[in-house]
Ligand binder design. Structure first.
Ligand code: 5AD
Ligand code: SF4
Length: 468
């Protein structure tokens, strides 16, 4: 089955059912004694999908290796959001091909968002005939069958569903961390911002049932996890596709009440952010005062062309409300060089950055994605100008990131210690405002939330020591 962008654009009225994944023991021996290597590109959603893929492979007997040269199965879980994500994957495929020529028994596969793109799959069929399996974001749970069929038939197997199907619960998961966990609360996106490929590659919005989400979090609490991140492309719209009269504010409250030490959520769209959510963030200490609120552009003209459904003024109004959350840190995403963006439009963006003084921002040059409306818009701004705007924007973003971090000097903050730091004798972790902190401390603090006094401040990190 090949993907089809026209099909993917459709929003069907089909009822979304929830089905349970059941392990089929007929696939249990396929990977025994074999090793897999998986490389993940893109957002947290993809990182979490890879955690499911790893567990599915381990159910089949495979074990994980971290060097692709050691693997019998190499999988690339891809991202389609911008052209450079594509280029990275095709670049990496060159290295994989080289290995496959040396050891023909290696199985190679491509999955994730690029596999949902018609043009990419056509390219794989034509130019990358040696790639063994291709599957999409809607049929991850069928990996054991796809893999087994490909081995049996010994020919390229492409299994990509254009339109999403049911929500599959109980897919096994091999989490990367013992302390922090990703929890999907919804799949897909119906916003169709004109530049964005996600509504095509991830399908229509489907919220998981509140019960399934809360049970997952309760189990994580039992297993000793300290932090959960509720994941969705547009989490504030959670529940709008269910007829339960139960929305993001309700979910956040119920998750906070499970007693998980920390909970946060990404990503928010300014359109659906309710006062109820703000009240819950203020009321519950374990809801982290950290909000990622993509701006994309500060120009009303460009926002309209982007199909963002808000204005600079309404964005700032929401931003000011969010600023009433004590100690809150707010980050954003900005695209420069959208088709037709003038110097005045760009200055409007800089103006919002000067007003909001973000803690941090991810900044991108517009990248046309085949099949999206913006890819067809007239784009006569040179790459040179786009690069120059990006540079000016980044300079401003860095300035405010540094100013915001300076406020932490001498303060005591709570940090979840999660890993070794690059700095000798230090571990690293994040504050509840998502500031990276290098902490001078002993290994025994791994996985613990500790009080840290900040002794040094840089633009992108803090340094500190534990206080009792
Ligand atoms: N070009 C550039 N940036 C994009 N983003 C999404 N689509 C594109 C595109 N076509 C950015 C947006 C989004 C973030 C995840 O990626 O800023 O918020
Ligand atoms: Fe893409 Fe986010 Fe817009 Fe959805 S809300 S279309 S994921 S940018």
């Amino acid at each position: 089955m090949l993907p089809n962008l026209n099909e993917a654009r459709k929003r069907t009225n089909n009822i979304v059912n929830t089905i349970k994944y059941v392990k089929d023991s007929k696939y249990s021996n396929i990977g025994v004694g074999k090793k897999y290597y998986i490389k993940t590109y893109g957002c947290q959603m993809n990182v979490h999908d890879s955690e499911n893929i790893k567990a599915l492979l381990e159910e089949m007997g495979f074990s994980e290796v971290y060097r692709m040269e050691d693997a019998d199965l190499i999988l690339l879980n891809t991202c389609a959001i911008r052209e450079n994500a594509h280029n990275k994957v095709f670049g990496f495929l060159g290295r994989v091909k080289h290995l496959k020529e040396e050891k023909t028994s290696i199985i190679t596969g491509i999955c994730g968002c690029m596999a949902q793109e018609e043009s990419v799959v056509n390219e794989i069929k034509d130019k990358y005939k040696w790639v063994d399996i291709v599957f999409g974001t809607h049929n991850i749970s069928e990996l054991p069958k796809i893999l087994s069929d490909s081995i049996k038939n010994n020919k390229q197997a492409i299994e990509v569903l254009s339109v999403e199907g049911d929500i599959v619960e109980d897919i096994p998961v091999k989490r990367d961390s013992n302390y922090k966990a990703w929890v999907n609360i919804m799949y897909g996106c119906d916003k169709f911002c004109t530049y964005c490929i996600v509504p095509y590659t991830r399908g229509k919005q489907r919220s998981r049932s509140p019960k399934d989400i809360i049970n997952e979090v309760k189990n994580l609490v039992k297993d000793g996890y300290s932090e959960v991140t509720l994941l969705g492309q547009n989490v504030n719209a959670y529940g709008k596709d269910l007829s339960l009269n139960y929305y993001m504010g309700d979910l956040l409250k119920d998750v906070a009440e499970t007693g998980i030490p920390r909970v946060r959520f990404v990503t928010s769209h300014p359109w659906d952010f309710t006062d109820d959510m703000i009240d819950i963030i203020k009321k519950y200490d374990n809801v982290m005062p950290y909000i990622h609120l993509p701006l994309q552009s500060g120009s009303n003209r460009i926002l309209k062309l982007m199909g963002r459904r808000y204005t600079k003024e309404s964005y700032l109004e929401l931003f000011n409300k969010l600023k009433t959350i004590p100690n809150v840190s707010i980050t954003t995403d900005i695209i420069v060089g959208f088709p037709g963006e003038t110097e005045e439009d760009f200055n409007e963006t800089l103006d919002v950055v000067n007003t909001c003084k973000y803690d941090s921002a991810f900044t991108f040059i517009f990248s046309p994605r085949i099949g999206t409306p913006a890819a067809k818009m007239k784009d006569d701004i040179s790459l040179e100008i786009k690069n120059e705007r990006l540079q000016r924007l980044n300079d401003l973003v860095n300035k405010y990131a540094n100013i915001n971090n300076q406020k932490y000097l001498g303060k005591t903050v709570s940090v979840l210690i999660e890993d070794k730091s690059n700095k000798e004798g230090y571990l690293m972790g994040y504050t509840d405002t998502m500031k990276l902190v290098n902490v001078k401390c002993d290994q025994k603090y791994l996985g613990k939330i500790v009080n840290v006094k900040i002794t040094d401040v840089k633009t992108w990190s803090l340094t500190g020591e534990i206080v009792k």
